[in-house]
Every structure is written in C-alpha cells, then in structure tokens.
Ligand binder design. Structure first.
Ligand SMILES: [Zn+2]
Length: 372
C-alpha cells in the first residue's frame, strides 16, 4: 500500500520551497499554517468558518481529547473528522507538549501525570500515544517526544533527545493504521550539534514527515534559526518539515526561508481573545482608546468577515463590554491574516521573490511599533 501521506516539492527559491502535502482527506499547499483546535474546536470558529477562511488543515490536541470526551467517544462520533464536521486534513499532536507542562514523572517507559480535568493519574507511553491517535483518526499523528524546559544543561537536553529517538522507534513499531501517517519529532534544544544528531537519527528511522519540536519556547530568533538550519540540513528533501508551536509572523517567515513547510500555533486565536489584531503594518490592541470613534476597519485590504463589515470603533466597544462577538471577529481576522501570510509566501517562492518578500513584510511591520 502506498504511504497515506506524502509531500511533493512544487518550486524552490533558495532554501524556501512550496509543495503539496497529500493526505487521505485532501491536499494542502505548503508552506501552510494549521490553526489549533485544542479540544476539537478552533475556539469560537466553526468548521464552516475554517472552510470559508481558506484554512487547509487543522490541528487537534491529543492530551485534551483523550481526557475529554475520551478517544473512544471521539471514535463513536465519527472520529475527529466526523465529530468536528471538518472534511479536510487533520493532524494530532502526541499529547507530549501538554503533559510535559504538567511536570510529569518521566521514565524510560513513558510519562505519568495527573489529569488537569479531574486530578486522576494518567500514564502515557509512546505506544499509548500512537493507539490514542489512531483511535482519534487524524490524517497525521505525531510520535511522543521528551521535552525539556530551556535553558537546560546540555547533558539534560542530550538525554531527552536520545530518549525521544528510542520512543520514536517504539512508536513506529506500535503503528497499525494504514490510512494515517506517523511523523517523528526532532529534539535537541538550541544546540545545533544535538539537533544535527537528532535529525539524522530520526530521519534514519524512515518517517514520512518530521516535526521540529522544542522550539518557540522562549529561545531567541537567532538560536531558533540556527537549530532549524541544523535540522533541515539532515532531513530528506522529499519529506515535509513541521515546526511545532510556531506562529508569529517573523518566526514563520524565518522558518519558511530555511525550508520548513508546516506550522501550528495558538497565537493568532489566543492573541485575538486578548484583543490583539495582527496587521501587515504592525500588530495592535483593538482596546486602545484611540479607536473609540474610528470608522476604519482593522485592515481595509483584509478580506475577513470583520474587516468587510465592522469598524475598529465597534470592535473596541465589543471588547470593552465583553461581548463574545468581539472575540470571534478578531479570531476570524487573525486567522485570515495568517492564511494570507502563508499564501503570499507561497506566491513569492513560486515567483523566485521570497527573500525580497521576507524583507519587505518584516520591514513594513516595524513601521508601526507593536503596542500592548
Ligand atoms: Zn480582517
């Protein structure tokens, strides 16, 4: 049987590349951003919205779904696609990122932690993470990895990276489902040497795609870029590279420039719920007093439902009065902003113009200082 998920390059511009990710639920033009549907919903945004906003693929969190409503219940509801009413591609994370934020007990077998829902003890092994994700039924599942908080001593990062490799082998051995791809995850902190080893060894295991984990956790952009370069140099050219948890404009463009294809992050929707509008001339808070009587949209060039109909003055009023519509409209806007950033990046790469596009986009955002 052919691989359930594959990636073809379409065009190259320096290290940046466009391509097509093929999945059992359709194709994704890359570079692509996946909004995060933490509990099987991109907060305040329905599947019909995602379709109309041009979203190609979404991410759902295994940690949350295995605890509520439970993987078996998701399966009974038609797996993730059926439950969410979303016919397009879905990726599930392994649950590791959330689990490691709960200070779990980690040993060679797996991780033990207390559920943040009811305090019950939960144990998760690399094999469990595969089984749960196969039950959830996404197109792409991720191997369980070991995360360390940065900064950390090199020896600690190395041990976590090496255990991640052993867990990756166990995950591959546990895999049963033929219509779901399993991606390995490269670790190694911000140490280019550890990143190189991790990428080379993870690639040698033969995964059809690769997550680059443990970044976007507080390291500097320069550290992150070096780590990504070290990883990209070792991964097979014909496999998709997914930087996990990266979603700010500058970070996305830096990673695309270094040959990365897939991204997910809560940033666009989380910032929206805090009143922050993403904008090509610099992000800003919609709550600022100066918008009180503004009849301008957030961005006159933005095709989103918020900018097509509503003023900054109205949106500010909705936030000031805690009306849920404000949170929703800004979420839609920030998602469309990010979708368009990706589409513009793809166009620029195809035109051989990415470096110039990258500089121009970042320079324009610096015209207006980012304010709280
Ligand atoms: Zn908009």
């Amino acid at each position: 049987m052919s691989a359930p998920v594959s990636w073809d390059a379409v065009s190259h511009d320096g290290a940046a590349r466009t391509g097509t990710l093929h999945t059992p639920h359709g194709s994704v033009a890359t570079p692509a951003f996946m909004p995060v549907g933490t509990r099987g919903t991109v907060r305040l945004v329905g599947a019909e919205d995602l379709e109309s906003l041009g979203v190609q693929m979404v991410l759902a969190n295994t940690y949350h779904l295995m605890l509520r409503p439970g993987a078996e219940t998701v399966a009974e509801l038609g797996e993730l696609h059926g439950m969410m009413g979303w016919a397009g591609p879905i990726l599930t994370d392994s649950g590791g990122f959330q689990v490691f934020s709960l200070s779990p007990k980690v040993d060679e077998d797996g991780v033990a932690f207390r559920s943040s829902y009811d305090g019950s003890q939960v144990h998760l092994t690399p094999e469990d993470a595969v089984r749960v994700q196969e039950t959830l039924g996404a197109d792409v599942a991720m191997a369980l990895d070991v995360l360390v908080g940065l900064p950390a001593p090199t020896e600690v990062v190395r041990r976590a990276m090496e255990r991640t490799l052993r867990w990756a082998e166990r995950a591959l051995a546990a895999k049963q489902r033929g219509d779901q791809a399993l991606f390995g995850i490269v670790q190694g902190g911000t140490d280019p040497e550890l990143r190189t080893i991790s990428a080379r060894e993870t690639a040698a295991l033969g995964f059809p795609g690769f997550g680059i984990g443990g970044l976007a956790v507080g390291e500097t952009p320069a550290e992150r870029n070096l780590a990504i370069e070290a990883v990209a140099a070792q991964l097979p050219a014909a496999a998709p590279r997914y930087v996990m948890g990266l979603g700010d404009t500058e970070g996305l463009l830096d990673a695309i420039a270094r040959g990365c294809d897939l991204f997910d992050c809560v940033i666009p929707t989380r910032l929206a719920r805090h009143g922050k509008a993403l904008h090509p001339a610099g992000d800003f808070s919609i709550k600022r007093a100066e918008w009180a009587t503004s009849t301008e949209p957030i961005d006159p060039d933005c095709p989103c439902p918020a900018c097509g109909r509503y003023t900054r003055g109205y949106l500010r009023h909705l936030f000031a009065t805690h009306e849920l519509l404000g949170l929703r409209l800004l979420s839609l806007h920030n998602l469309v902003y990010t979708m368009h950033l990706m589409a513009d990046a793809r166009t620029a790469i195809a035109a051989g113009d990415f470096a110039e596009f990258h500089l121009r986009t970042v320079a324009r955002r610096r015209l207006t200082p980012t304010q709280p």
